[in-house]
Design a protein around this ligand. Structure first.
Ligand SMILES: Cc1cc2nc3c(=O)[nH]c(=O)nc-3n(C[C@H](O)[C@H](O)[C@H](O)COP(=O)(O)OP(=O)(O)OC[C@H]3O[C@@H](n4cnc5c(N)ncnc54)[C@H](O)[C@@H]3O)c2cc1C
Length: 297
């Protein structure tokens, strides 16, 4: 493959959110921020984007936190790396679907650089952290020169590579509600090889069972690489509500999830194959989420 040099740009460093917002307002649409740079510099080499000003956010300490409080939920700073999420006991213990996703992303080197904020803001339909975040009801806090706004992750994406983020805003924090009693989640990703690969399709499920862990009282299923943005499989969720979970029900929900998917054909997989695999992976995610709830009792 022909590797190009980066195009010329002016380099800036921000050490606080206020500084980053100042620089963004001065350089307006000619500027791009970066965190790990694992997506941005690849796009710049391909000349997909050619910003004149590039702002390094990595020195902003206030966006590097992982805080959890029962009741308040989990707050993850936008600059937390995928590797830090993978090493977090709270993510592994309480937010298992997200942990499933970060542990199968890229390679250790990319995970040490790449951030959760960058994964969201790149807005790829295959971004691994997104389906678990949607399934767990997460929101993002966006900070800009006009103030702050909080938006559900489910409503953050507009199309491939496109989100609602304005050019003068940064993604400051991800907020995930505390998981209720008798709940659990999981994430599965189909790849051509076992590492360093984007999802062909992916599925996350988050289930809440009643007090006896017999009947499903809440369900959220989210799919990656199954449409032009990550999507929720709302009709499949309805199949599970007020029912006892078993393999047959999960198969039915998987079929309904596949009917709602609108995957594109690409060099990596046909739309038809992706749809077939949504059925399989949605079913797997449901069954694993359910097994985890039963096992953790
Ligand atoms: C070899 C390789 C393998 C990969 N494998 C995977 C994989 O398996 N799964 C997967 O999902 N991804 C994968 N990726 C993509 C990438 O590593 C991830 O998306 C990563 O999380 C991006 O984070 P970053 O901090 O490096 O983003 P950056 O490259 O720094 O930024 C990406 C975009 O987000 C914007 N941005 C970054 N942070 C913020 C912020 N806080 N506020 C506002 N805008 C921001 C930037 O302006 C840019 O447009 C891979 C990449 C490579 C090179």
């Amino acid at each position: 493959m022909f590797i190009r040099r980066l195009p010329r740009f002016e380099y800036h460093v921000a050490t606080s959110v206020a500084e980053a917002l100042d620089q963004l307002s001065v350089h307006a649409e000619n500027a791009k921020v970066f965190a790990g740079g694992t997506d941005l510099f690849v796009s710049m080499k391909k000349r997909d984007v050619t910003p004149e000003h590039v702002i390094n956010l990595k020195g902003i300490k206030e966006l590097k936190h992982i805080h959890y409080h029962d009741g308040e939920g989990l707050k993850i700073g936008g600059l937390v790396t995928i590797g830090e999420l993978e090493c977090s006991a709270i993510i592994k213990g309480k937010f298992r679907a997200l942990w499933d996703a970060v542990k199968v992303m890229a390679s250790p080197q990319i995970r040490n650089l790449g951030t959760i904020g960058g994964n969201l803001c790149s807005a790829l339909p295959s971004a691994d952290t997104v389906p678990p975040l949607i399934a767990m009801g997460a929101s993002v806090k966006l900070t800009g020169s006009k103030g702050e706004r909080t938006v559900l992750v489910e409503e953050f994406f507009k199309g491939p590579g496109e989100s609602i983020l304005e050019h003068d805003e940064i993604l400051a924090e991800i907020l995930i509600p505390s998981p209720p009693e008798n709940s659990g989640g999981s994430y599965f990703k189909l790849m051509k090889r076992n590492a360093m690969d984007l999802a062909i399709v992916s599925a996350a499920a988050f289930l809440v069972m009643d007090g006896n862990k017999k009947v499903c009282s809440g369900a959220c299923i989210a799919l990656g690489a199954s449409a032009t943005t990550p999507i929720r499989a709302s009709k499949a969720e309805k199949v599970l509500i007020n029912k006892e979970i078993d393999e047959d029900l999960a198969v039915e929900a998987g079929k309904v999830a596949a009917q709602g998917a609108r995957p594109r054909s690409s060099i990596r997989a046909s739309g038809w194959y992706r749809k077939e695999m949504v059925e399989v992976f949605a079913k797997r995610a449901i069954m694993e989420a359910y097994r985890r709830i039963i096992r953790d009792s």
